[in-house]
Design a protein around this ligand. Structure first.
Ligand code: CTP
Length: 404
C-alpha cells in the first residue's frame, strides 16, 4: 500500500521515525512529507534512509510529475504524526502552502492524525473546534494520550505511541473481513526443561505468528495468541485491544492453552515450533559434570498438538466450520519433492491447510523475511507469498478465509 506520512514541527517527530520503520517493515511503500519546521527536529537523510523514497517539503520539486497532487492522489492512506495545533488549524482551513498541505487537499484516501501539543493548546477552544470539524469530515484521530509532555508538564497532548498509530493506520487500510471471527494462533518455540537451568529448545522467534495475530486483529478478528517464549520486543508487535496473549513454556502447556482456546475458534493457526520430544525426567537439581549426569538424556515423544486439535474437531468438540492451519519447514530445493512432503504432512495431521516455510528463501530475494507456499486439501498450492512477515500473514489469512 502507498502511505504518505506527514511530519510536522513537534518534538514527537523523533517517535515518528519508529512509525516509518514499522510501516516499511510491514511491506508498505512510505513517502515522508515533512514540513520545513519538522526538519528542525529530524532531518531529511533520516526520513530518506528509512522510507527509501525521496523527501521534499516543497511543491516546486519534481513539478513534471505534478508531485503536489500526485502524492495525495496515489496514497491509500495519509498519516500526519505528529500533528501540531498549527497544522490541525491549517488542515481545517484547507491551507495548502507546502507539499503536505497540497497532498492533504488532493487526497481521497483516509487521513489519520496523531495530535501532539501542550495540554493548554489541545484544550484551547480553537483546537477543539478544529478537531470537531475534521472529525465531522471523516478525518480519523489517534490519541493524544494523557501523560508527560515536553518541558516537564503533563496532561492530554502527548502523541500516541508509534505502535498504536501503526495499528490505527492498518485498521484503516485493512478490510474488516475478519470482523468478529475468533482466531487462535500459537507462536514461538517451546522449551522442554532438563533441570532448573537447562532446556531443549529451538530457534523460533515467534515473529511470523505475531505478524499473523496483528494482521488478524487489524482485520477485525478476536485473537488469542498462545505465545511460547517470545521475546518482549517481538511480542510488542501483537499489542492490540483484540489480541489476548497467553504465555506458555512447554509443549504440554501449549497443548492445554490451545485446546482450551480452540473450543470456540473459527480459525486455528499452529505457527509455533513445538518440541517433538521432552526429557523423560526433569531433575529438581542442576545436573553437574562432576556427577557425569549430562551425557545422555532419555526422551519421551510429545503429543502432536495440531493433529489432536484436528481430531477434536472431527469428534465434534470444536465449531464444525473451523479451519485449521499447520506450518512446516522444508529445506528441499526441489519444489516437487517439497510439495509431496507437504501433502503427506497435511494429510497425516488432518488439517485443512499447510503453510510450508521455504527455508532457503533468502536466495534470489531482496530483503525477504519469509516465503511460504500454502498447500490445500487437494494437495494444490492455494497461495504463495514472500516478503515481510506481515505480507505473508495477509496471504495466509486470505487462504484461511477461502476455506470457510
Ligand atoms: N506441531 C504440533 N505438535 C508437535 C509438533 C509439531 O502441533 N508436537 C505442529 C507445528 O506447530 C507445525 C507443524 O505441526 O504447525 C509442524 O509439523 P512437524 O511434523 O513438526 O514438521 P516439521 O517441523 O516440518 O518437521 P519434520 O518434517 O522434521 O517432522
Amino acid at each position: 500500500m502507498n502511505i504518505v506520512v506527514g511530519v510536522t514541527g513537534g518534538i514527537a517527530a523523533y517517535k515518528t521515525v519508529h512509525l516509518v520503520r514499522l510501516l516499511t517493515k510491514g511491506g508498505h511503500d512510505v513517502t515522508v512529507v515533512p514540513t520545513d519546521d519538522a526538519l528542525r527536529f529530524v532531518g531529511t537523510p533520516t526520513w530518506e534512509a528509512l522510507s527509501r523514497n525521496a523527501v521534499t517539503t516543497s511543491v516546486h520539486d519534481d513539478v513534471a510529475r505534478v508531485r503536489h497532487v500526485a502524492l495525495g492522489q496515489n496514497a491509500d492512506l495519509v498519516v500526519v504524526a505528529p500533528a501540531t495545533a498549527n497544522t490541525i488549524a491549517k488542515i481545517t482551513a484547507g491551507i495548502a502552502d507546502d507539499l503536505l498541505g497540497t497532498t492533504l487537499l488532493a487526497t481521497e484516501a483516509p487521513v489519520l492524525l496523531a495530535p501532539a501539543m501542550h495540554a493548554e493548546m489541545w484544550r484551547n477552544a480553537a483546537t477543539q473546534a478544529n478537531i470537531a470539524t475534521l472529525a465531522a469530515r471523516g478525518v480519523h484521530l489517534v490519541g493524544p494520550a494523557d501523560g508527560e509532555l515536553a518541558g516537564g508538564d503533563s496532561g492530554p497532548g502527548r502523541m500516541a505511541e508509534p505502535e498504536e498509530i501503526f495499528e490505527a493506520a492498518l485498521a484503516l487500510l485493512a478490510p474488516q473481513d475478519l470482523a468478529g471471527v475468533q482466531v487462535v494462533i500459537s507462536a514461538g518455540g517451546t522449551r522442554e526443561p532438563i533441570d532448573p537451568v537447562r532446556y531443549l529448545g529451538n530457534r523460533s522467534s515467534g515473529r511470523q505468528g505475531v505478524a499473523l495475530a496483528a494482521e488478524a486483529a487489524a482485520r477485525g478478528a478476536v485473537v488469542t495468541l498462545v505465545a511460547a517464549n517470545i521475546a518482549g520486543d517481538v511480542l510488542a508487535d501483537a499489542r492490540h485491544p483484540s489480541v489476548r496473549i497467553v504465555p506458555v513454556g512447554t509443549a504440554a502447556e501449549l497443548s492445554i492453552a490451545m485446546k482450551d482456546a480452540a473450543v470456540v475458534a473459527d480459525i486455528v493457526i499452529m505457527a509455533a515450533a513445538v518440541a517433538d520430544y521432552r526429557p523423560a525426567t526433569v531433575s529438581e537439581h542442576k545436573l553437574t559434570k562432576e556427577q557425569g549426569l549430562l551425557t545422555q538424556i532419555d526422551l519421551l515423544e510429545n503429543e502432536d498438538v495440531v493433529a489432536a486439535l484436528a481430531d477434536s474437531r472431527a469428534e465434534g468438540r470444536a465449531p464444525a466450520g473451523q479451519t485449521i492451519i499447520a506450518f512446516a519447514a522444508e529445506t528441499s530445493e526441489d519444489p516437487v519433492e517439497r510439495r509431496d512432503r507437504a501433502r503427506r504432512k497435511r494429510e497425516r495431521k488432518g488439517v485443512d491447510l499447510l503453510a510450508v516455510n521455504l527455508a532457503n528463501a533468502e536466495q534470489g530475494f531482496e530483503r525477504v523475511d519469509n516465503a511460504v507456499e500454502v498447500i490445500g486439501a487437494a494437495g494444490e498450492v492455494v497461495a504463495s507469498a514472500s516478503g515481510a512477515k506481515r505480507v505473508v500473514a495477509r496471504v495466509i489469512l486470505d487462504a484461511a478465509r477461502g476455506v470457510r
